[in-house]
Design a protein around this ligand. Structure first.
Ligand code: NAG
Ligand code: NAG
Ligand code: NAG
Length: 484
């Protein structure tokens, strides 16, 4: 389909349809993560990560027995990725650094020059086109050797992470102004931690990730901030909740605190520490289950002070909402989650499409945490493979509209909006079935050919015109422009 972009712009500009403006200063970008796109799992001296080991050893637990050995092959095709981002007009690009590409055996004394070179090249390429790099240090792919001594349940991981982060800041920090420490720690601990699947370990895992985050934040302030002037934050997944009977606000709040609040409260609240309701409920349930003390580890008062405020922005991933009701002794929260049968879903069964929930979450963050700067670092829809992704355009439009209303009506301090994802990626246990990309990737072919979907053309128009273009308007004008 060949289109005349100039005409499309002209038609849209003239359409006279009342469209919402993109707030001044809101940066729009797209996101990926290392294991999900890079491939090159054994390129050069790269070490083995937990995801390399897991997909190779437990392939039966992954859809189609797939893995990320090649994924989108972004390790070799990063210039193509950046060109796609540039053609879309993206203002920032969020990606993550692979721990084992930088430190093949985990030791900070053994830095891979080839690994560092790869990320320097990628970042330089982004800067060439004026695209701001937003870089996550850890998106779940730590060295397998650390997993073998306990992974995130082992307190030593905290210092391993600090050592790794120091190398990355030293080597790449002059080129990067926005860092994220950890992506969605709770989700990692709840669903992807490879150890025993028990509550005690889950709480310990999150406890150590929280401390590791805070230590890296303070290390940056001490050792790099003066020279590099960057920001360091954390990325949390926050769902929205609606009580099943429509009146149980307590159920909604408990669900929020056991999800988003678990790590947001220690970092962003005025008093710090784990949420009060979480401390209380886990202590009660632990006693009920016969534990001699709470399964939730205690934060000492010095840790509480040290962790409080340890993030320059609130990195938010948001996709979905759930129904909730209280159910004593179900999990520690006493919350039963469900879906409303009338809700539409993405291809991922957890992804209920509820645009209003996005606005709710932004307002809750504003209220609970004193309106911090929010960088939305993931939001998007999974579909099946294909190029004509009208569902995605509608999803992005509807979610962005709620976000813009939260900004303009409610004063929420949202500064970045980032679509997950730039490309179709390896979606963890769902492998290549669930496609979140603005760009289609042909995983059946070794060349991993990339084809921009319709949504990437829509997003390009949104960014260049700074208008939230309505999906039907876009399609009308797009069809008109396609047929000249
Ligand atoms: C790297 O892994 C691929 C499988 O993805 C394998 O075919 C190849 O031999 C490996 N290369 C090295 C150098 O081990
Ligand atoms: C660095 O890597 C080399 C080669 O893999 C290895 O022999 C050496 O022991 C490593 N050094 C440290 C300090 O881990
Ligand atoms: C978050 C969580 O742990 N949810 C669990 C609560 O209990 C039900 C029923 O036992 C599980 O299916 C959920 O996974």
């Amino acid at each position: 389909m060949k289109i005349c972009v100039g005409l499309l712009l002209w038609l849209l500009g003239r359409s006279g349809v009342d469209m919402m403006e993109i707030p001044r200063g809101l940066s729009i970008g797209a996101s990926t993560s290392a294991y999900q796109v890079e491939g090159g799992w054994n390129a050069s001296d790269k070490g083995v990560s937990v995801w390399d080991a897991f997909t190779h050893e437990e392939s039966s637990l992954i859809k189609d027995r797939e893995n990320g050995d090649i994924a989108c092959d972004s390790y070799h095709k990063y210039q193509e990725d950046v060109a796609l981002a540039k053609n879309m007009g993206l203002q920032h690009y969020r990606f993550s650094v692979s721990w084992t590409r930088i430190l093949p055996n985990g030791s900070p004394e053994n830095v891979s020059r080839v690994g560092i070179r790869y990320y320097k090249n990628l970042i330089d390429e982004l800067h060439t086109y004026g695209i701001e790099p937003v870089v996550t240090l850890y998106h779940w792919d730590h060295p397998q050797s650390f997993e073998e001594v306990g992974g995130w349940a082992n307190d030593n991981m905290i210092d391993y992470f600090v050592e790794y982060a120091r190398v990355v800041f030293r080597e790449l920090g002059s080129r990067v102004k926005i860092w994220s420490t950890v992506n969605e720690p709770i989700i990692y601990c709840q669903f992807f931690d490879f150890g025993m699947n028990d509550d005690t370990r889950k709480y310990r895992c999150a406890h150590n990730l929280l401390k590791a985050h805070a230590k890296v934040y303070h290390m940056y302030q001490r050792e790099f901030k003066d020279r590099q002037h960057g920001q360091v934050g954390i990325v949390l997944l926050c769902h929205n909740y609606y009580s099943l009977n429509g009146i149980d606000a307590e159920a909604e709040d408990i669900a929020f605190e056991f999800g988003c609040g678990w790590l947001a409260n220690p970092i962003f609240s005025k008093d710090g520490d784990y949420p009060a309701v979480m401390k209380q409920k886990v202590a009660e349930e632990s006693k009920y289950q016969g534990f001699t003390k709470s399964k939730l580890p205690k934060l000492s008062s010095s840790w509480i002070e040290y962790i409080k405020g340890s993030s320059d922005y609130f990195g938010l991933n948001h996709y979905t909402s759930f129904m909730v009701e209280q159910h004593p002794h179900l999990n520690d929260s006493g919350i039963l989650k469900s879906d409303n049968p009338i809700w539409k879903k993405g291809v991922s069964d957890w992804l209920n499409i509820i645009p209003e929930g996005f606005g709710e979450v932004l307002r809750i963050i504003k209220e609970k945490y004193n309106n911090p700067p929010v960088y939305v670092l993931e939001n998007g829809l999974s579909t099946t493979a294909g190029i004509e992704d009208l569902d995605r355009i509608k999803f992005l439009h509807d979610y962005m509209k709620q976000m813009i209303m939260a900004i303009t009506h409610d004063g929420c301090n949202v500064q970045k909006y980032t679509v997950w994802s730039l490309l179709d990626t390896f979606e963890w246990k769902e492998a290549y079935r669930n496609r979140f990309g603005l760009v289609h990737v042909d995983f059946t072919n070794n060349r991993r050919m990339r084809t921009p979907k319709l949504s990437s053309k829509w997003l390009h128009e949104v960014i260049t015109q700074r208008q939230l273009i309505k999906p039907d308007e876009f399609m009308k004008q797009f069809r008109a422009a396609s047929y000249v």
